[in-house]
Write a protein that binds this ligand. Structure first.
Ligand code: MG
Length: 372
């Protein structure tokens, strides 16, 4: 059933700590199951994607975002005869290392950690599954298969890559990860480009009129209106967005198939050596760039979003400063880690926080009159 160039249990590099094979499920299903049962996965429910969780119950959170990424990833993986279980596991885990408050949180924590090796959320996702999860008697972390970990580590600086050994090697020699990893990466983009339009419209920060200037949206909307004259509101938005998701997914499948054929890829090793194979067509890419630029200008940089992100920056900077000046303020389990590397232990603690936990911890440390 799997393509010859897909990752399989036969060509997998296995787990760091050898374990008996699972019964009644495959190795990559086991990885997916471990991810879903992790603490970090549940925390995604209360971590910001673009809108802070308490701003409204219907906006995407990191959790619902991750589930949408997994859905798109699985659909495309199956169409391309790739390893659907692996691709799903990567998608579900891809944001586990994200800080509270979305990208503002990551930028703030990276600035705090500047003198101590920096903070990268992709690397933190890997650190979460390799080290920080405390679930199993025999090892720290989740002991995931090499290929799942490879997919989770989407980006990495050269400096950090060289400290990672085999897993970081591809960032130094320019080889590619599995197709499943390449796919989860682009499915992430398909998911957020579309759901951010939906959430942006729902919030009122962007309008349907503004989206007339974004060709990929305007074209699909015209199709919907031709077929359903007079359709308005939520149904019009959803009918448009579902066509956009489909357009992007089908384009990706077609172009990737073409690339695989053109590069004469037969084995997993061919995938590693070939240029990046999972890609959009040259016709679609300018439209996607325009869409991204629109979202950046009109949603991510909207003054109401910037006000939230500025608050987030202050909360994270304050927390980091307080813990660094006196690590005894950390909860005991993080104090133990702080014995070996105090700034990293603080970053681990802060990165693990949900939005509301970070706000509560900030009040506990800074608000006069708070008693616990
Ligand atoms: Mg994501």
């Amino acid at each position: 059933m799997l393509a010859t160039y897909a990752v399989s249990e036969a060509n997998s590099r296995g787990r760091h700590h050898p374990e008996p094979p699972p019964t009644a499920r495959g190795e990559f299903q086991r990885d997916r199951d471990r991810i879903i049962h992790s603490t970090a996965f549940r925390r995604l429910e209360y971590k910001t994607q673009v809108f802070v969780n308490h701003e409204g119950d219907l906006f995407r959170t990191r959790l619902t975002h991750s589930i949408e990424v997994a859905q798109i990833t699985r659909t495309i993986a199956r169409a391309l005869a790739l390893n659907e279980d692996l691709a799903e596991a990567i998608a579900l885990a891809h944001d586990l290392g994200h800080t509270p408050f979305g990208h503002a949180g990551q930028t703030a924590l990276n600035a705090c950690m500047k003198a101590y090796g920096g903070f990268e959320h992709n690397l933190q996702s890997l650190r979460t599954v390799d080290l920080l999860e405390e679930h199993y008697a025999d090892f720290d972390g989740l002991n995931l298969a090499y290929e799942t970990r490879e997919g989770i580590l989407k980006h990495c600086s050269r400096e950090n890559a060289s400290a990672l050994g085999a897993l970081g090697q591809r960032f130094l020699d320019g080889t590619q990860p599995s197709l499943e990893a390449q796919l989860a990466n682009l499915a992430d983009e398909i998911a957020y480009n579309n759901h951010d339009i939906d959430d942006g419209l729902r919030s009122g920060l962007i309008t349907l009129e503004q989206l007339d200037e974004v060709a990929i949206f305007a074209n699909q909307r015209r199709d919907v209106e031709a077929r359903y004259p007079g359709l308005q509101g939520r149904r019009l938005i959803h009918e448009t967005i579902r066509r956009m998701i489909n357009l992007m997914a089908v384009d990706l499948i077609d172009r990737t198939r073409h690339n695989i054929d053109a590069a004469q890829v037969r084995t997993l090793d061919d995938v590693h050596q070939a240029p990046r194979l999972v890609a959009y067509s040259d016709e679609l890419r300018p439209d996607l760039n325009r869409l991204k630029a629109f979202l950046r200008e009109n949603l991510y940089h909207h003054y109401q979003v910037l006000r939230m992100t500025d608050k987030a920056r202050r909360i994270i900077t304050d927390l980091f400063g307080a813990f660094l000046s006196d690590p005894r303020l950390l909860p005991p389990q993080y104090q133990r880690r702080a014995d070996t590397d105090t700034p990293r232990a603080i970053a681990d603690y802060i990165a693990g926080m949900t939005d509301r936990y970070a706000m509560k911890e900030h009040r506990r440390l800074f608000a006069v009159g708070e008693i616990h």
